[in-house]
Design a protein around this ligand. Structure first.
Ligand code: NDP
Ligand code: MG
Length: 379
């Protein structure tokens, strides 16, 4: 029986994770759940999964939950509580499903305890990839990707030698604006940008998919997970999202992982690896797939993707600045304060504003995150 600490249980990945956990009551139990403020969903989850502790970051909402709970469960609150539960709760696997930079600090605590990290929160690796990689080694902890592309690559690499890999090919749906001209980007509405063709996800990653920043973040994530340079990581548009990513080897052979777009599969694999558990998820009906198509990405149209490759090359604090600028710009777009086309513009301005620090320590990363947020809020 593996005990799970689920960071961000009320989000899209969080709910899908509990859908997986529910199927295997003899294999998994939930020891901790966390939410930012959505206590209505969290309360139902507590009643079903009986965690020992929960975190509600918002203090008022935490008080509200405490007074309405009928079953025994510790309720913690405040920003530091995520780190606290990661540092001192009883669990085997930390499933990182919070969105954004807030996932970094608790992930560090879990690694320091040598836990398995099942990581959906890609921002952690984007901002502090090198630090996390070294920490995993130092504490002998393992990190298994949940992001579907990285789960696909992880599966394609099983049983292979790293030196025999030529390149990683990360597939991308292209989002809702694959056929929209760049000139129209300034008039795209929030509703249009939230309308993803293939995946149903949280708002932030859905906007990231529309700008293709999501793919940029995934290229950076792939570097730290698998140890390849940017010239060996390609992005390929594949609108059907059936091939989740591929690996090309030195003899020209290509391995791919396929399936319907459903996050329950990569979540399950990150929890059960190296085993595979039988499940009832829909089986891919190949004859019914009319076609699988592929295109090269347009880097001039998708500036966020270009910027992500640029910071991957530059390294240092630039990925952290890119990420923080993107988080703030996306949240401002969602509040209709700025245009869709301002997202990449603000990120560029932030990258110009802050001088790069190479080989930053973790304190510098937290500082650059804070400074960049303030700057992009002021634009
Ligand atoms: P959601 O927005 O749906 O959920 C985010 C979760 O994090 C919620 O539980 C939310 O709580 C909580 N949260 C939000 N802000 C904070 C904060 N400041 N402090 C603590 N908790 C917070 O996001 P997704 O589930 O879509 O994505 C989660 C992560 O997984 C992201 O990093 C994303 O890139 C990655 N990912 C997602 C995929 C998907 O299919 N959705 C696919 C691959 C990767 P509350 O509900 O209370 O607001
Ligand atoms: Mg992905």
């Amino acid at each position: 029986m593996k005990k799970i600490l689920l960071l961000g249980s009320t989000g899209s990945i969080g709910v899908n994770s509990l859908n997986v956990i529910r199927e295997y009551p003899e294999k998994f139990s939930v020891s901790v759940l966390t939410a930012n403020n959505n206590i209505d969903i969290l309360k139902k989850q507590i009643e079903e999964f009986h965690p020992e502790r929960v975190v509600v970051v918002d203090k008022d909402k935490a008080e509200e939950l405490k007074t309405s709970l009928k079953i025994k469960c510790d309720v913690l609150s405040g920003k530091d509580a995520l780190c606290q539960v990661a540092a001192n709760s009883d669990y085997d696997i930390l499933l990182g499903a919070v969105v954004g930079f807030s996932g970094l600090a608790p992930t560090i605590e879990a690694i320091k305890r040598g836990k398995r990290i099942a990581l959906a929160n890609k921002e952690t690796l984007v901002v502090a990839g090198e630090f996390i990689k070294n920490l995993l080694k130092e504490y002998n902890a393992e990190l298994i990707p949940v992001d579907s592309e990285h789960s696909a690559i992880f599966q394609c690499l099983m049983g292979e030698k790293k030196g025999q890999v030529e390149k990683l090919i990360i597939t991308a749906s292209g989002g809702p604006f694959l056929k929209t001209d760049k000139e129209k980007f300034s008039s795209i509405t929030v509703k249009e940008a939230l309308n993803h063709p293939n995946w149903n996800m949280g708002n932030k990653i859905t906007i990231d998919s529309a700008t293709m920043m999501n793919k940029g973040l995934e290229v950076i994530e792939a570097k730290w997970l698998f140890g390849f340079e940017e010239k060996n990581i390609d992005v390929l548009i594949h609108p059907q999202s059936i091939i989740h990513s591929m690996v090309q080897f030195v003899d020209g052979s290509i391995k791919a992982q396929l399936g319907y777009p459903d996050m329950r599969l990569p979540i399950q694999f990150a929890l059960t690896y190296p085993e595979r558990f039988k499940n009832d998820l829909g089986r891919t009906d190949m004859p019914k797939l009319k076609e699988l198509t592929f295109y090269e990405p347009d880097f001039n149209k998708y500036e966020c993707l270009k910027l992500a490759y640029q910071v991957l090359k530059e390294g240092g604090t630039t990925p952290c600045v890119l990420n923080a600028a993107n988080e703030i710009a996306v949240s401002r777009f969602l509040k209709e304060e700025i245009k869709f086309s301002d997202i990449s513009r603000f990120i560029k301005e932030a990258l110009n504003k802050f001088e790069n620090v190479s080989k930053p320590n973790i304190e510098t990363i937290f500082e650059y995150d804070r400074l960049t947020r303030g700057y992009v809020l002021s634009l």
